[in-house]
Design a protein around this ligand. Structure first.
Ligand SMILES: NC(=O)c1ccc[n+]([C@@H]2O[C@H](COP(=O)([O-])OP(=O)(O)OC[C@H]3O[C@@H](n4cnc5c(N)ncnc54)[C@H](O)[C@@H]3O)[C@@H](O)[C@H]2O)c1
Length: 334
C-alpha cells in the first residue's frame, strides 16, 4: 500500500512517516523545506522536495497513492493575521491542490490535520468536543475549517476519497523546529533555555493550553486509514493536561535544568484558554491512548532532543509581512 505524506520533513509529518513505515506502508514524502528539515525524513521513506501549491500530477501519477496524508502547512496561528494572503494560498489553496491530485490519481483516503484553531474563542468552559460549533478567529483557523468543509463537500460530490480529519493542539516532541520565532511556545522556551535567554511570554502568562506529546497524535494519524471507526470522521487529538503559560515556563525550565527569567511582552489578541475533549479519539484509537506517553516523560524526551542538537538558524518568515498594523513589537526585528 502506497502513501504520500505532505509535510514529511516537518515535526508531526516525520513522526507519522515513521509510524506508517512501521505499519508497512510504502511512503513517499513531499515537503518544500520552508519550515522543516530534510534530516527529519525517516530512513525508508522516499523524499521529494516540492511545493504543495505546484503541479503535482507527475508525482501523484507515478506513485498512484492509496492514501494521502496532508500535513504541509504554515502553522503559525498568530502570524497568520499578518500574512493572510500567504496563509490562504499555502494552507487552503495548497490543500485543495493536494486533494484534487489525490482524487485524480485514485487515492481512496485523505487524512488532513486541521487544528483546535478551527473552534476559535470557546463559548464554554468545558473542553471543546467535535460537536462544538466552530467560529475560528484568525486566518489560520479559518483556512483549517474551510479545508475541512472542502474535503467533506468534495467527497459528497465525487463519492471519494474518504477522509479523516484531526484537530491537534499544542503538539511537542523531538524533531520540532525550535528556531521559528513566530510559533510553538514549547520550542521557543526550550531554545531560550538552551541559549540562556529570557522566556518571552505574551500578556500575563495566565492563558492556558493542553500540551500534547507527539506520539498519540502521530499514531492516530498513521493508523486512521486502516481504522473503520475513523472513516469520514473528525477527531480532536492530543493531551488532556491543562496548564498556564507561566506553569509551562516552570516545567520547561525544570526539564532543561535552568532557572528561567521571563520577558513579559504586550498581550496579543488570542484565544485565552483552549482545551479539547478526546473521548471520541480514545474510543476510536483505544490502544494508542492506553499506551500514551505522559506529559512529564514527553518533556524529558523533548529536553534530551534539544540538549543533543545545535540550535538551527532562525527560520525565516515564509512571506513578506502583508499587514504590519498590530504586529507584536518583538516580531518587528526578527
Ligand atoms: N504542531 C502543532 O501543535 C499543531 C497543532 C494543530 C495542527 N497542526 C497541523 O499539523 C500539521 C503539521 O504541523 P507541524 O507542527 O509538524 O509543523 P511543521 O512546520 O513542523 O511541518 C509542516 C511542514 O510542511 C512543510 N510545508 C509548509 N508549506 C508547504 C508547501 N506549500 N509545500 C510543501 N511543504 C510545505 C514545511 O516545510 C514543514 O516541514 C500542519 O498542518 C499544522 O497546521 C499542528
Amino acid at each position: 500500500m502506497r502513501a504520500i505524506i505532505t509535510g514529511i520533513a516537518g515535526f508531526i509529518g516525520s513522526h507519522v512517516a515513521t509510524e506508517m513505515l512501521q505499519l508497512g506502508w510504502d511512503v513517499t514524502g513531499i515537503d518544500d523545506l520552508s519550515g522543516g528539515f530534510a534530516a527529519n525524513v525517516p530512513e525508508g521513506a522516499r523524499f521529494v522536495q516540492r511545493d504543495c501549491c505546484s503541479d503535482l500530477d507527475d508525482l501523484f501519477g507515478e506513485v498512484k497513492p492509496d492514501v494521502v496524508v496532508h500535513l504541509a502547512a504554515y502553522a503559525a496561528e498568530g502570524l497568520s493575521h499578518h500574512v493572510p494572503n500567504f496563509n490562504y494560498m499555502n494552507n487552503l489553496v495548497g490543500t485543495s491542490n493536494v486533494l484534487s491530485a489525490a482524487s485524480r490519481f485514485g487515492a481512496r483516503h485523505f487524512v488532513f490535520t486541521s487544528s483546535i484553531a478551527a473552534y476559535g474563542h470557546p463559548s464554554t468552559d468545558s473542553p471543546l468536543t467535535e460537536a462544538t460549533a466552530c467560529h475560528p478567529c484568525d486566518p489560520y483557523g479559518i483556512a483549517k475549517l474551510a479545508c475541512e468543509q472542502h474535503i467533506a463537500a468534495f467527497r459528497d460530490y465525487y463519492g471519494g476519497p474518504d477522509f479523516t480529519i484531526f484537530r491537534p493542539h499544542n503538539v511537542f516532541g523531538p524533531q520540532q523546529n525550535i528556531s521559528d520565532p513566530y510559533r510553538n511556545v514549547m520550542g521557543i522556551f526550550f531554545r531560550c533555555a538552551k541559549q540562556g535567554l529570557p522566556f518571552p511570554v505574551f500578556g500575563d502568562g495566565s492563558q492556558s493550553r493542553s500540551f500534547s506529546y507527539v506520539d498519540v497524535v502521530a499514531k492516530c494519524i498513521a493508523q486512521s486509514p486502516g481504522n473503520a471507526a475513523a472513516k469520514n470522521q473528525v477527531f480532536n487529538v492530543g493531551g488532556d493536561r491543562a496548564m498556564s503559560i507561566n506553569e509551562l515556563v516552570d516545567a520547561v525550565a525544570k526539564a532543561a535544568g535552568v532557572t528561567a527569567t521571563i520577558d513579559y511582552l504586550p498581550a496579543r489578541k488570542e484565544v485565552l484558554h483552549a482545551h479539547a475533549d478526546h473521548a471520541k479519539a480514545r474510543a476510536a484509537f483505544p490502544d494508542v491512548y492506553r499506551d500514551a506517553i505522559d506529559f512529564e516523560v514527553g518533556l524529558k524526551k523533548m529536553a534530551a532532543f534539544v540538549q543533543q542538537m545545535d540550535v538551527p538558524a532562525p527560520t525565516p518568515c515564509p512571506a513578506p509581512i502583508e499587514i504590519v498594523q498590530q504586529l507584536p513589537p518583538s516580531w518587528k526585528n526578527v
